[in-house]
Structure formats: structure tokens, C-alpha cells
Design a protein around this ligand. Structure first.
Ligand code: GTP
Ligand code: MG
Length: 203
């Protein structure tokens, strides 16, 4: 799929104020600094669409980007960033959870995991929350440019083992991406395109 247009629409901390249009949307979530905003820029081919930073805690609101005038990509604040105050963390946590629970247009969530890290409790717990809330999601292993292929495969194997030894029967569908090399771009966009097509066929 080609992304012809990608436009910032609105930022807010209140799911009730998100766009009212009944267009399918795809959200990106994960720990602060995992590369959510960078991935949105990579997918859309617009370096400055979503704000990124080397310092965790950059994205602080729910950001809607309209793609090809027909669907949304949603950039969210990260979870698990230790340096923000507890009260900010609680506010983040509650509006993020509200977004996931209340947003009817949400079709699929991409849970981003830094491919260099071992499975972390906070990510596993977030996926458990999605699973229990019956919110469809895929996993995205980010920053693949940082590892050799053998290390990457090993880490994915470890992740798969961890997930299937706990709550999950099988490893959810996953993608491997790099915002630097654009690895995974076609795969992710093709996946979204296929889901969008299924949705129109089922209307
Ligand atoms: P918050 O908004 O703070 O939650 O972070 P985020 O998940 O949106 O991360 P962001 O996209 O701002 O990226 C964080 C840092 O990681 C930046 O310095 C990016 O340049 C870097 N980064 C993101 N993706 C990649 C990648 O695929 N490869 C490499 N090498 N660096 C990346
Ligand atoms: Mg961000």
C-alpha cells in the first residue's frame, strides 16, 4: 500500500474528544522510547509528522493522524517511564486505558517491544490487559537495526517462549521493524491494508 497523504488531525487526553468519524484506526503503544512515534514517521515517510526524542516521555497525548483520507494511525504516550511523577503516570495510565476500552473505531493495536530487551513485566501485563479486554493486537519488535540477525532471532525465540509459557497459546502475529532502515515497512502496511479491505468487504 502506498501512503499518499498523512495529516495530523488532533491531540488530546480525552478519548471523548477524539475524531468522531467512523474510520478504522490503528494504535501504537509500548514503553517510552521504544520507537512508537519514529515508526509512524517511517510508515508515512514523513520525518516530522510525529514528534520523536532521544529522551523518553516525548509523546504525552493521544495523537490522530489521518492516512489517505480513509483511516487513522494513532500515536500514544509510552507507559513505564520512571522519571515522570507518580501523578502524571496515573493520569497517563488512566487516559490510555480509557482510550483502549472506549474507542470503538480501534481495529488493531501494535504493541511495540524493543528487540534488544528481554521480556518485561510491564509489556506482558499490558498485553494481558488487551487480551482480557478482547482488543486485537500484534507485536512489533522495534530497532532491529541494533542487532545482528542471529541475536534478533534468538530474542524473538525467547519472547515467544515466554508468552507461550504464560497466558498465550501461540505467539501473536508479530512484525520486525527498524525506523532507521525501514525494515518491516511493507509488511506492516500490507497487513493494515488487508485488514482495511476486509472491513470494507464486511460492511
Ligand atoms: P515516547 O513518545 O517518549 O513514549 O517515545 P517513542 O516510543 O515515541 O519513541 P521515539 O519514536 O521518540 O524514539 C525514541 C528514540 O529511539 C529516538 O532517539 C529515536 O531516534 C530512536 N529510535 C526509534 N526507532 C528506532 C529504530 O528503529 N532504530 C534506531 N536505531 N533508533 C530508533
Ligand atoms: Mg512518542
Amino acid at each position: 500500500m502506498k501512503i499518499k497523504t498523512a495529516d495530523f488531525v488532533i491531540s488530546n487526553s480525552d478519548v471523548a474528544k477524539c475524531p468522531k468519524e467512523r474510520l478504522p484506526e490503528y494504535a501504537f503503544i509500548g514503553r517510552s522510547n521504544v520507537g512508537k512515534s519514529s515508526l509512524i514517521n517511517m510508515l508515512t515517510g514523513q520525518n516530522k509528522l510525529a514528534k520523536t526524542s532521544g529522551r523518553p516521555g516525548k509523546t504525552q497525548l493521544i495523537n490522530h493522524f489521518k492516512i489517505n483520507n480513509s483511516w487513522f494511525l494513532v500515536d500514544l504516550p509510552g507507559y513505564g517511564y520512571a522519571k515522570v511523577s507518580k501523578s502524571i503516570k496515573r493520569t497517563f495510565q488512566s487516559f490510555i486505558k480509557n482510550y483502549f476500552i472506549q474507542r470503538e473505531q480501534l481495529i488493531c493495536t501494535f504493541v511495540l517491544i524493543d528487540c534488544r530487551h528481554e521480556p518485561q513485566k510491564i509489556d506482558l501485563e499490558f498485553m494481558e490487559f488487551l487480551g482480557k479486554s478482547e482488543i486485537p493486537f500484534c507485536v512489533v519488535f522495534t530497532k532491529s537495526d541494533k542487532l545482528k540477525l542471529s541475536e534478533l532471532n534468538r530474542n524473538i525465540q525467547i519472547y515467544t517462549k515466554k508468552m507461550t509459557s504464560t497466558l498465550w497459546e501461540t505467539m501473536p502475529q508479530y512484525f520486525i521493524t527498524s525506523a532507521t532502515s525501514s525494515n518491516g515497512k511493507e509488511e506492516l502496511l500490507t497487513y493494515i491494508n488487508n485488514v482495511n479491505q476486509q472491513l470494507t468487504e464486511n460492511l
